[in-house]
Design a protein. Structure first.
Length: 363
């Protein structure tokens, strides 16, 4: 039997930061409120597109795997915020990487997009239809923050994470995965008009996140707990057989509630929401990269992951890590830094949502 081993991983975290104190200059909030309710201290905001972030994370993942782009058979871009739908943004990423023979598609299941993509790519590798794939989660979700909604604008950040998977005879990679979509839960988290509608012709489009935080909270815990129970049972495992847990990073209180429900100690749980906030599809691959860089994932570990997103889509997987936790190499691919502050970067967004932030702009 063949498996789909994770052989490379890489991330891109944009250099500009929006701290909670910065946020408090725009909306009526405070670092104390945001941190105590969500565990978030700051988020990265990007001056480059989702595709460019995906490309940079992909370059790092390929270097970590010691692979050339033209060896890839498939590039999946998991994202809610690709800059182009037609042609898809994955094809831009594939061309930029030089992945000449790879197929390329975007996959959108909101925050779970990377996990959905990993499941699809893993099954393709296991079936023998492809040998090597790059699965990316990337989001420039800062562009969708509605500054008139203090209850949601602080929650999200930008970034990208990517992994390379390769066919292997060693039992490794995604062992069991379960994907789901909670019935009748579409309305608690939506970006209405973020797609084609006749409103394009009348100019009536207004992008604004609709959000019922407490409803999402409850559904997220239940959806992830159910998905985790399914994958553990499928692999014949108990929670104590898991060495490390990398959950979606939407709210530290969701993570704590889930860990408590699983009777899983927080010392074995990856939490990096303080640094990145919720980066949606990028959250788990970003967290995996940081867990590897800080030595928290060790060779041969059983790693559990779980995610949820708008839909509400849910998923969980057990990953058997291979022998290598060090990257084989690093890429020097880079883009020029943004010359300005995070407030300069966001000035059109502030204006769109009617926030007077002139006094915050560099002169
Ligand atoms: N700063 C200060 N006060 C605020 C803010 C803010 N940014 N936002 C809301 N408040 C106020 C409210 O107005 C309310 O005031 P009131 O009691 O006077 O009416 C009070 O704080 C409590 O508001 P709640 O919405 O009840 O706060 P809650 O404890 O539910 O926390 C949160 C809000 C953090 C969003 C929480 O509901 C949550 O974590 N939800 C789930 C996570 C989530 O949805 N993440 C988004 C990602 S979704 C995804 O990844 C798919």
């Amino acid at each position: 039997m063949s498996y789909a081993q994770i052989t490379g991983w890489g991330k891109y975290a944009p250099p500009l930061l929006m701290t909670n104190d910065d946020m408090a200059k725009i909306v009526d909030t405070s670092d104390e409120w945001i941190f105590s309710r969500s565990g978030i201290r700051q988020r990265h905001y990007s001056h480059i597109s989702t595709g460019e972030m995906a490309w940079l994370a992909g370059e790092q993942a390929l270097a970590a795997a010691g692979l050339k782009a033209d060896e890839l058979d498939l590039v999946i871009l998991g994202s809610t915020t690709p800059e182009e739908f037609c042609p898809n943004t994955a094809s831009w990423v594939k061309n930029k990487l030089g992945a000449s023979k790879a197929a390329a598609f975007d996959l959108n299941s909101a925050c779970t997009s990377w996990l959905y993509g990993m499941n699809v790519a893993t099954d393709m590798v296991k079936s023998g239809s492809i040998g090597k794939a790059l699965v990316i989660g990337a989001e420039r979700i800062s562009l969708a923050m509605d500054w008139s909604k203090r209850e949601s604008c602080f929650l999200f950040g930008d970034g990208a994470g990517a992994v390379v998977i390769e066919s292997s005879q060693q039992k490794s990679g995604l062992l069991a995965a379960h994907l789901s979509c909670v019935p009748d839960s579409r309305d608690c988290l939506r970006l209405p008009t973020f797609g084609f509608t006749p409103a394009h012709f009348t100019g009536d489009l207004h992008v604004s996140l609709d959000f019922e935080g407490q409803e999402i909270f409850k559904s997220a815990v239940k959806g992830m707990a159910d998905a985790i129970a399914t994958v553990l049972e499928r692999e014949g495992l108990e929670a104590e057989d898991i060495d490390f847990f990398v959950p979606h990073q939407a709210n530290v209180r969701i993570i704590q509630t889930l860990a408590k429900r699983l009777n899983f100690p927080m010392e074995k749980v990856m939490v990096c929401i303080d640094k990145y906030a919720n980066t949606s599809a990028a959250a788990i691959p970003l967290a995996l990269c940081d867990a590897l860089a800080t030595g928290r994932i060790k060779p041969g570990m059983k790693v559990l992951t779980a995610s949820f997103g708008a839909g509400l889509t849910c998923g969980a997987a057990v990953i058997q890590w291979g022998d290598r936790v060090e990257p084989m190499g690093h890429s020097d691919a880079a883009v020029p830094d943004y010359e300005g502050t995070v407030f300069d970067l966001m000035k059109d967004s502030f204006a769109y949502y009617g926030v007077d932030a002139e006094h915050l702009l560099s002169k």
